[in-house]
Ligand binder design. Sequence first.
Ligand SMILES: CC(C)(COP(=O)(O)OP(=O)(O)OC[C@H]1O[C@@H](n2cnc3c(N)ncnc32)[C@H](O)[C@@H]1OP(=O)(O)O)[C@@H](O)C(=O)NCCC(=O)NCCSC(=O)CCC(=O)c1ccccc1C(=O)O
Length: 305
Amino acid sequence: MAGMTGKEFEAINRRMASLAGHLLPAQGAGNPSASIALSNCSAQFDDTYHRVHGDVPSHIPEWKPALDESGKEFIDIIYEKAVGEGIAKITINRPERRNAFRPQTVKELMRAFNDARDDNSIGVIIFTGKGTKAFCSGGDQSFRGKEGYADYDSFGRLNVLDLQVQIRRLPKPVIAMVAGYAVGGGHVLHMVCDLTIAAENAVFGQTGPKVGSFDAGFGASIMSRLLERLEEETIKWCREINRNSPMAVRLCKSAVNAADDGHLGLQQIGGDATLLFYGTEEGSEGKNSYLARRKPDFSRFPRLP
Ligand SMILES: CC(C)(COP(=O)(O)OP(=O)(O)OC[C@H]1O[C@@H](n2cnc3c(N)ncnc32)[C@H](O)[C@@H]1OP(=O)(O)O)[C@@H](O)C(=O)NCCC(=O)NCCSC(=O)CCC(=O)c1ccccc1C(=O)O
């Protein structure tokens, strides 16, 4: 297991702060043990924002089982939504395999993430593993063949790569809630989330070479750990994020990833610009004139300096 450097810790702290929309105490930077302070950071502030909005509650919400639009039951995951608040929770449910993922698991995760993305009532998604021993121990090695991972109705493929991209591009914050091992492909899954909240027993690492695998993609990057009252802390972050403007949160996520993601990052943030433009009268004039078979009249829209 590798620890974080001060720089990495500072970077992740800044990343968390940008999504939650508040400043972190200065002593948090560069000190891994200061991640404990994150759990109390909103309570430490006596400012207008906190006077207006009050403290963020951390009680566990009432979770209701959810299905995606196909209505098919999930086998390898648990998909839930908090009653009355915009939080979805997606849990890998294979604790007997330390939540290793097989193709079935990955397919179900993709369906659930898709549903959470499309559900307007959801503002933030928690991604976790069942039990306290593991968040996820990576690809289930008993399903590994020469062409990748395959189960009864699939051919060999590294389908978790699609899931990684899906989470990275999903325009809502995804929080990894990690207890126990997050290793191999499981480590990569927490790395593609926007924030990781970890229990004290969390262990992060790249273990691929031990089993003749490796991740040359998102696998070798920052790591985080430490924090008690895991679910309460995670829920508190979800609620704080959900207090913010949804479009601003969406654009923050795009912006945070844009530079690292190159053309894909540009496509995401460019797509967000298109989305905003569709909501304007100027954008609508183009569509309306086309549908009405008339010339568009863009003359009433200013050419801003
Ligand atoms: C996680 C452990 C350290 C936990 O140890 P411990 O608590 O002692 O439990 P165990 O008794 O070892 O495990 C209990 C039970 O679960 C089985 N199990 C655990 N992990 C796996 C797994 N990954 N695959 C299959 N089975 C697993 C274990 O065999 C036990 O079963 P019993 O029948 O009860 O004996 C420890 O379990 C451990 O080290 N596990 C292996 C960790 C690992 O090496 N993971 C795989 C790394 S490779 C990978 O994830 C690639 C994924 C991928 O798709 C990919 C490919 C190419 C490029 C990129 C990627 C990518 O993911 O990004």
